[in-house]
Design a protein around this ligand. Structure first.
Ligand code: MAN
Length: 166
């Protein structure tokens, strides 16, 4: 003998649909939260340990010579010159790469305003471990290609400790 009767099958079916809806709802919430902290499939990439989450709203700034640089996480980078308006577009955020062996993090902005007789402007930031998050150098080694060094706690990870014998 089995437990199913004409009366309880429709009600079990209904429970099944309800339970499946709950599962779907929870799964989409899990996906949403994973994307928010940087572990999701279609997420903004917050780095191997989700560390960029801590900087997600920051614009890093540094002056060098007559220029000031503004590098905004997940947004745009620009170069301004005092008394000269809105500034020059250095490109859009193109993500942060991470080298498994060296632990090197490299942030990139590209597709900025085109340089006369040169490439579209771009910015590259090499990140190393430091207590404070601050740009420590700004250079233009090739015309319209800008390079920066950034110290930040986001790079103080196990690989850094191992390489430096800490
Ligand atoms: C502007 C700035 C400089 C750049 C020149 C190239 O003056 O963006 O950094 O070298 O344009 O013409």
């Amino acid at each position: 003998s089995h437990i199913f009767t004409d009366t309880n099958i429709p009600s079990l079916d209904k429970d099944l649909v309800t339970a499946q809806n709950e599962v779907d709802h929870i799964n989409s919430r899990i996906k949403e939260l994973k994307n928010q902290v940087g572990y999701g499939d279609d997420s903004t990439d917050f780095g191997p340990g989700g560390e960029l989450y801590a900087l997600r709203e920051e614009c890093l700034e540094m002056s060098s010579g007559k220029y000031t640089y503004h590098l905004c996480m997940f947004q745009k980078a620009k170069q301004t010159e005092s008394g000269r308006g809105g500034g020059v577009d250095l490109g859009k955020w193109d993500g942060m790469s991470f080298d498994q062996e060296t632990g090197q993090r490299v942030m990139k902005w590209k597709g900025g305003s085109k340089c006369w007789n040169g490439p579209m402007r771009s910015a590259t930031v090499f990140v190393t471990c430091g207590i404070e998050t601050k740009l420590v150098s700004a250079e233009e080694p090739n015309i319209c290609e800008y390079e920066f060094r950034l110290e930040s706690h986001i790079a103080c990870d196990d690989i850094f400790r191992k390489i430096h014998g800490l």
